[in-house]
Ligand binder design. Structure first.
Ligand code: THG
Length: 818
C-alpha cells in the first residue's frame, strides 16, 4: 500500500504541544496527559490545521508506548484509540466538505536507549512499536509517521513493526544537530540509504532547529534519496527563558518557500508553529504552483540521481562509497582457521572482535562475517556476532552465509545497509535469498555458478551474471546494489581458467555496468609464496575492473597494491588516501614501519605487545571488555591501583573523549569504550576491597533530572561516562524536587551536582534548584546540561558549568576534584 509522495507538494501540520499550551496545558503536564483529559481540544486543533491547509495530520500518539503507561493512566490501546478518534473525526468532517485529508499514527522515540547504548533489546523495541502500530491500524490510521528519532536502529525496529504488522505507508523523520548528525551520530546519508532500502515512503528532518538551519540539510537529503523528502522545522530556536521560538510566521514561510523550490515536497512545522504558519505554507505552495513550480522537482529527476549515487554501504554512522577499490576483510571466517573455529564454539567473542579491530586498523573498509561451523546454529550465532561487532565498530558489515534464515536474522539486527554474501545463479537459491535482500535493503554478491557448477569460460559466467541481475531486478533490487563475483579458481589446478575469470570480470563491468567482487586468495592454493601470486592476480583483476577484493588486509603486500592502484587509476584524488597511509612510512624487508621507528599508536604510552590485544589503550578505545580486564590484571602486577587509573584508564578514555569532541567517534562507540573501562575499574575496585585500601573514587557527584522533567537519557549517559572515569555517581533519578537534591548535598558534603532538563518548561525548575543549592551549600558547584540549554542561559541561571555533552561533565569534574 505504498504511496508515491513525490507526486505533488503536501502540506503537513504544525505543533500540537504549542497549541495545547495555548489551550491551558500546565507546564508540568505532557501533551499526552493533557490531551487524554481533553480529547475535544485535540480534535479542535486537528481541525484548525486542516482548515489551514494540512493534507496530512499527525494523531497525538507520539508519546504513547508501553514504557510510558504511567503517563497514560490507562491501557495503551485505549489511549491510542482516543488520540486516533480525535484526529479521525477531524479528518472525516473535512471529508464531508470535500477535503481529502490523511491521518498519520505518530510514533516517537520509546524513551529508552537500545543496545548497545542502553539495555533495551532490538526485538523488545520491535514489540513495543508493534503494539502501537496495531492500535493505530485498528483505529483508522491512513499511514504512520515515525518522527523525532535520533537512533537509526530504533527507527529500523519501528519501520519493521509497521511493515510487518500493517502494510500502511510510512514516513520517517529524524532530528539532527547543527553538525549534520543526530545525537547518536547518524548522518543524513546513512539515514537515507538505510531507510530507502527498508522501503519507507518518505524521509525527512524534524524538530531541534529552525528552517534556516535545516535548509542545507534538507537540500542535501533531497540529493541523497529518490523517495519523497519532508521537513518540519521548529519556529526558529527557543528562548530558554520564555520558551518562545524566535522567528515569525512571515520569516518561516519565506525560508520554507526555498524548501519547496528545492524539491522538498512535504512541508510542515514542529515546535512553536501554529495554524497560522501552516496556512502560510499552503498559500505559498499554491502560489508556487500557479507560477509553475511543478510539485516536487520531478520524480524522474530523483530516480535519475540514483545512478549517480552508485553502490554505497553503511552502518549507523559510517558510509562507504564503492567508487574506488574497496577492501573487504575476510578474516572473520572459520574456514581453515582452528583458533577462530574454537572461539566460535566457545563463544569467545573477544577473540573475534580483535580480528575485526585488527582488520580495520589494517585498512579494511567492510568486514565479511561468516560463522559457518557445522555444529553451530548460524541463525543464532550470526545475528549475535553482528550485534557485538556493530557495538564496537562503525565499519559496515558483509553477511556471509548460504542459509537464508541466518542471513535474515543477521540483516534484521544490522544497523545500516549491509552486503549479503552470497547468492548464485540457481533459481531456487535466488528465490530464497533475493527477497530477503530486498526486504532489508541490502546489496548482494552474486556468484557466477549454478546447478551445473562454474562455467569454464568467461562467456558462460557472464550469462549467469546476466540471469542474476535480471532476477534481482524482478525482485525490485536496484541495479547498483548487485555485485558479481566471477569466481577465482586455483591457478595450480586450473591454470588456463585464470584468464577466464579476468575476462569475465571485464565483461560484467563493461557490458552490465555492475560492480564486481573476488575472493582473491583462492588463486594461490598449493603454490609456494602465495602472496606473490595473490598480489599479482589482484593487480591484474583490478585492471579488469575488480571493485571489491575480499582479502586478508593484514597482508601489507596486498594493501599497498590497492592503495597504489587507486592512485594510478586516478580515483584516489591527489593521492590523498595513499599519502595518509604511506606519507611517513618506510618499507623494511617484509614489514611496514612508521618513520622514527616503533609501531606504537599515538598515545605513546601504549604497551608494546606482539598482537596488540593486550594493549589496554586499544582495548578501551575499541570497547573490548575482556581484553581490558586481562590488561588491567597484567598491569596490576607492576603498577599501583591509582597509577593504573590515572596513567592508563583515564588517559585511554580521554583519547576516546577527544575523538568524540572532534566528531570522529560517536555516542555508541564512546559508551562502549566507557563500558570496557568500567570492567577495568571493577577489577581495581575488587583488588582495593581485598587489600583494604581506600576507595578508588575520584570524587562523589550527585546527578538528577530536575522537578517536572521526566527525560533522563542525557543524565543516564553522563552517569555511565563519569562512573567510568572513576567518579562515584549518586543518581537521584528524574523529576527530582530541589529539596531532595539539597538534602543529599548537605548530608554527604557533595562538591559537585549535575542537573539535567530537556524541556524549556523545566528550565525554571533548574534555576530554582540551583538557587536552593547555593543557599544551603555555597561551596558546591553545579553543572547543567540538556537539549534546550545554551551556555548563555546556563550562566544566567547561575550554573558553574555548562555541559554541552557528557565529555564536558568529565572536564567539569576534573576541574572541581583536581
Ligand atoms: N567469493 C566470495 N566470498 C568468499 C570467497 C569468494 N568468501 C570466502 C572466501 N572466498 C574468501 N574468504 C577467505 C577467508 C579465509 C581464508 C581465505 C579466504 C583463509 N585462508 C587461509 C589459507 O588460504 O590457507 C587459511 C589459513 C589462515 O589464513 O589462517 O582462511 O571467493 N564472494
Amino acid at each position: 500500500m505504498a504511496i508515491d509522495f513525490n507526486d505533488k507538494i503536501y502540506i503537513l501540520d504544525g505543533a500540537m504541544g504549542t497549541m495545547l499550551q495555548r489551550a491551558g496545558m500546565a507546564p508540568d503536564e505532557t501533551t499526552t496527559q493533557f490531551g487524554l483529559e481533553h480529547p475535544r481540544i485535540w480534535k479542535d486543533i486537528h481541525s484548525q490545521y486542516i482548515d489551514a491547509g494540512a493534507d496530512i495530520i499527525y494523531a497525538s500518539t507520539f508519546g504513547m508506548n508501553r514504557f510510558k503507561t504511567e503517563e497514560l493512566d490507562r491501557p495503551l490501546h485505549e489511549a491510542v484509540a482516543l488520540a486516533m478518534k480525535a484526529a479521525c473525526e477531524a479528518r472525516d468532517e473535512a471529508g464531508d466538505k470535500g477535503r481529502a485529508v490523511k491521518v498519520a499514527l505518530g510514533i516517537g522515540p520509546l524513551g529508552e536507549l537500545l543496545e548497545p547504548m542502553g539495555t533495551l533489546k532490538f526485538e523488545e523495541a520491535y514489540e513495543a512499536f508493534t503494539d502501537l502500530v496495531t492500535a493505530g491500524k485498528d483505529n483508522g490510521a491512513d499511514l504512520v509517521v515515525i518522527e523525532t528519532m535520533t537512533d537509526l536502529y530504533e527507527v529500523k525496529a519501528a519501520v519493521l513493526a509497521v511493515k510487518e504488522n500493517s502494510g500502511l505507508p510510512v514516513m520517517v523523520s529524524m532530528t539532527f544537530e547543527d553538525n549534520g548528525r543526530t545525537f547518536t551520530g547518524v548522518s543524513l546519508e546513512a539515514m537515507a540509504m538505510t531507510l530507502e532500502g527498508l522501503g519507507v515512503d518518505a524521509i525527512g528532518i524534524n524538530c531541534s532547529l529552525g528552517p534556516v538551519e535545516i535548509l542545507p540539510m534538507a537540500k542535501e537529503l533531497r540529493e541523497l534519496t529518490s523517495v519523497a523528502v519532508f521537513a518540519k522545522p521548529n519556529a526558529g530556536l527557543p528562548d530558554p527563558e520564555t520558551g518562545k521560538y524566535d522567528i515569525t510566521c512571515g520569516q518561516f514561510i519565506e525560508t520554507m518557500k526555498e524548501y519547496m523550490q528545492a524539491g522538498i515536497n512535504m512541508v510542515g512545522g514542529c515546535c512553536g508553529t501554529t495554524p497560522e504558519y501552516i496556512a502560510g505554507l499552503a498559500e505559498c505552495r499554491d502560489e508556487l504552483i500557479k507560477n509553475g513550480v511543478p510539485g516536487a522537482a520531478g520524480k524522474e529527476e530523483h530516480a535519475a540521481g540514483k545512478e549517480k549515487r552508485g553502490l554505497r554501504i553503511c552502518s549507523g554512522t559510517d558510509v562507504v562509497h564503492v567508487d574506488h577499490v574497496t577492501v573487504i576483510g575476510e578474516r572473520i571466517n572459520p574456514t581453515g582457521k582452528k583458533r577462530l573455529k574454537q572461539a566460535l564454539l566457545d563463544g569467545d567473542m573477544d577473540y573475534i572482535l580483535n580480528q575485526a579491530v585488527e582488520q580495520i586498523d589494517a585498512g579494511a573498509e567492510i568486514l565479511d562475517v561468516n560463522v559457518g561451523v557445522p555444529s553451530l546454529d548460524e541463525s543464532a550465532v550470526l545475528p549475535d556476532l553482528v550485534k557485538k561487532l556493530q557495538a564496537i565498530t562503525g565499519t559496515p558489515l558483509q553477511i556471509d552465509s548460504s542459509d537464508p534464515a541466518a542471513i535474515e536474522a543477521a540483516l534484521r539486527v544490522y544497523n545500516g545497509k549491509a552486503i549479503v554474501n552470497s547468492v548464485n545463479g540457481e533459481p531456487d537459491v535466488m528465490d530464497d535469498i533475493l527477497p530477503v535482500v530486498k526486504k532489508y535493503g541490502a546489496a548482494v554478491i552474486g556468484l557466477t555458478l549454478d546447478g551445473d557448477g562454474i562455467p569454464a569460460t568467461a562467456e558462460g559466467r557472464f550469462a549467469i551474471a546476466e540471469r542474476i541481475a535480471a532476477r534481482a531486478a524482478d525482485y525490485g533490487i536496484p541495479e547498483e546494489d548487485v555485485i558479481i563475483d566471477c569466481l577465482t579458481l586455483t591457478a595450480s589446478a586450473q591454470q588456463k581458467e585464470v584468464n577466464e575469470t579476468l575476462r569475465a570480470v571485464k565483461m560484467v563491468r563493461e557490458r552490465l555496468g555492475l560492480k564486481t567482487a573476488l575472493g582473491v586468495s583462492n588463486i594461490s592454493f598449493g603454490l609456494p609464496m602465495r602472496v606473490i601470486i595473490n598480489r599479482t592476480f589482484l593487480a591484474m583483476a583490478m585492471e579488469c575492473g575488480l571493485d571489491l577484493p575480499i582479502i586478508n588486509p593484514n597482508e601489507e603486500e596486498m594493501m599497498s597494491a590497492i592503495f597504489a592502484f587507486n592512485v594510478l587509476k586516478n580515483v584516489d584524488e591527489n593521492a590523498a588516501r595513499y599519502i595518509e597511509r604511506y606519507g611517513e612510512a618506510v618499507m623494511e624487508p617484509g614489514r611496514l614501519v612508521k618513520k622514527g621507528g616503533g609501531a606504537a599508536p599515538d598515545s605513546g604510552q601504549a604497551k608494546d605487545t606482539a598482537e596488540g590485544d593486550g594493549d589496554i589503550f586499544c582495548c578501551i578505545e575499541k570497547g573490548i571488555k575482556a581484553g581490558t580486564v586481562a590488561a588491567v590484571e597484567e598491569l596490576l602486577e607492576s603498577h599501583d591501583e591509582m597509577e593504573l587509573v590515572n596513567d592508563f584508564l583515564i588517559p585511554a578514555l580521554d583519547n576516546v573523549g577527544k575523538g568524540f569532541e572532534k566528531g570522529t567517534i560517536f555516542l555508541p562507540q564512546m559508551l562502549q569504550a566507557a563500558t570496557a573501562a568500567q570492567a577495568g575499574f571493577d577489577v581495581i575496585k575488587t583488588r582495593l576491597a581485598e587489600s583494604d585500601k581506600e576507595s578508588v573514587s575520584l570524587g562523589e557527584v550527585v546527578i538528577a533530572t530536575v522537578k517536572g522533567d521526566i527525560h533522563d537519557i542525557g543524565k543516564n549517559i553522563v552517569k555511565v561516562i563519569m562512573e567510568n572515569y572513576g567518579y562515584r555517581m549518586i543518581d537521584l533519578g528524574r523529576d527530582v524536587p530541589a529539596e531532595k537534591i539539597v538534602e543529599t548535598v548537605v548530608e554527604r558534603d557533595i562538591k559537585l551536582v549535575g542537573l539535567s532538563a530537556l524541556m524549556t518548561t523545566t528550565l525554571k525548575s533548574m534555576e530554582d534548584t540551583i538557587t536552593a543549592i547555593r543557599a544551603a551549600a555555597p561551596d558546591c558547584r553545579v553543572m547543567v546540561g540538556g537539549a534546550v540549554l545554551t551556555a548563555d542561559y546556563a550562566e544566567r541561571i547561575g550554573a558553574d558549568f555548562y555541559c554541552k555533552d557528557a565529555m564536558k561533565s568529565v572536564e567539569a569534574a576534573q576541574e572541581v576534584f583536581g
